[in-house]
Design a protein around this ligand. Structure first.
Ligand code: M6R
Length: 369
């Protein structure tokens, strides 16, 4: 049942190219436009939406954080994202022009379910992004976009996360399509590039041996920090969450720009710091800023583990370890930059002798508030 792998997690990491491809399947038309017939919310209603609110927990919340960047950039609709367990307790502002997107692999997470019930009571439309057919969250939503990751058994979410990202991109691009915002070369180009992502995820998986080796060498580290900017920030949070839940190790993710506002005090000799570097093409200002962040932490003794696009030479002098990922549009980069972090956490936890499929104290679906 583990298909020759030692753990479900390894199998599920390996299944990611297919999971991404399956989630795209049938949703990109031959004319290059999206067809999301399963979204039972009429286009007219989607045209009138004036706010998107995303609610989710854990890894799904990180997918939601990335979705915010995509939705606001491609559609210009204001988007908020919040952990579901906080959402309803602060009396959030919603009405019938609010689209609430509830992201959940299992479809049974109680915090997310309670948040969506609260949203519907306020008259908001709720769209579920879910991996489990017929589960409670899609049943109680106005519409559902299923991710096609297949069953995810390991407690740590991997392939479900990548497919949640795909679903979020599809929702963002579809909103752009029906509303006509930024509809043109950029969005058409992105839809095409989304179709290439399974291949890019496969490429990354083929180059993971040095990452495993590095992870094993860090089994005795006391702490690992993760830094990112823009969509690399939620990826950093996701890398830290994986390490916490699997390796029971102190790990923290930060927005790299926040370093100087406190966390830089944590940097000491030999501290491993993983940095997710945005593409040097596109928003190059972001890239320049993160290169100086890498210099700053290295000057203070950090051992830098840099995840950067193929061909990005500017990072080379400051990277103690360099992990290459294929060049992709900035907003799609999380589909490839997350993969080495999953492999890293899984291997490090295994090196420490932990059971990666069933980490202590955790359950696959959290059906209590
Ligand atoms: O089933 P859900 O997507 O609603 O679950 C949400 C979180 O409990 C889940 O992503 C959790 O954070 C994972 N164990 C992370 O790997």
């Amino acid at each position: 049942e583990k298909g020759g792998y030692d753990y479900f997690m390894l199998k599920e990491i390996a299944e990611q190219p297919k999971a991404v491809a399956d989630t795209l399947l049938g949703r990109i038309g031959t004319d290059g436009r999206l067809t999301l017939d399963e979204l039972r919310i009429p286009d007219q209603v989607l045209r009138e939406i004036d706010k998107v609110v995303i609610v989710a927990c854990g890894t799904a919340f990180h997918a939601g954080m990335i979705a915010k960047y995509a939705i606001e950039h491609w559609t210009r609709i204001p988007c908020e994202v919040e952990v579901a367990s906080e959402f309803r307790y602060r009396d959030p502002i919603m009405d019938d022009r609010t689209l609430v997107v509830a992201i959940s692999q299992s479809g049974e997470t109680m915090d997310t379910l309670m948040a969506l019930r609260h949203a519907r009571e306020q008259g908001a439309k709720v769209l579920a992004i879910c991996n489990t057919n017929g589960s409670t969250i899609p049943r109680e939503s106005d519409a559902v976009l299923y991710t096609h990751a297949g069953p995810e058994v390991a407690v740590a979410s991997t392939k479900a996360f990548l497919t949640q990202l795909v679903a979020c991109y599809l929702v963002a691009l579809y909103l752009g399509q029906v509303r006509g915002t930024k509809w043109g070369d950029e969005i058409f180009g992105i839809i095409r590039e989304l179709g290439d992502m399974p291949k890019h995820v496969e490429e990354v998986l083929g180059t993971m041996e040095p990452v495993r080796e590095l992870a094993r060498s860090l089994a005795d580290a006391r702490s690992v920090l993760f830094l990112g900017r823009h969509v690399g920030f939620p990826v950093a949070l996701e890398g830290a969450l994986k390490l916490k839940e699997l390796a029971y190790m102190h790990a923290e993710g930060f927005a790299a720009g926040e370093l100087k506002h406190g966390p830089i005090a944590l940097i000491e000799d030999g501290l491993p710091v993983v940095v997710v570097v945005p593409s040097p093409r596109g928003r190059s200002i972001l890239h320049d800023k993160i290169v100086s962040n890498i210099q700053e932490i290295r000057a203070r003794g950090a051992r830098t583990i840099v995840i950067a696009e193929e061909g990005d030479e500017a990072v080379v002098p400051y990277a103690d370890h360099l992990i290459r990922i294929p060049a992709t549009p900035t907003l799609l980069q999380p589909l490839v930059s997350t993969v080495p972090l999953q492999v890293f956490a899984c291997e490090l936890a295994t090196a420490k002798g932990h059971e990666v499929d069933q980490p202590r104290n955790l359950a696959k679906s959290v059906t209590v508030e």
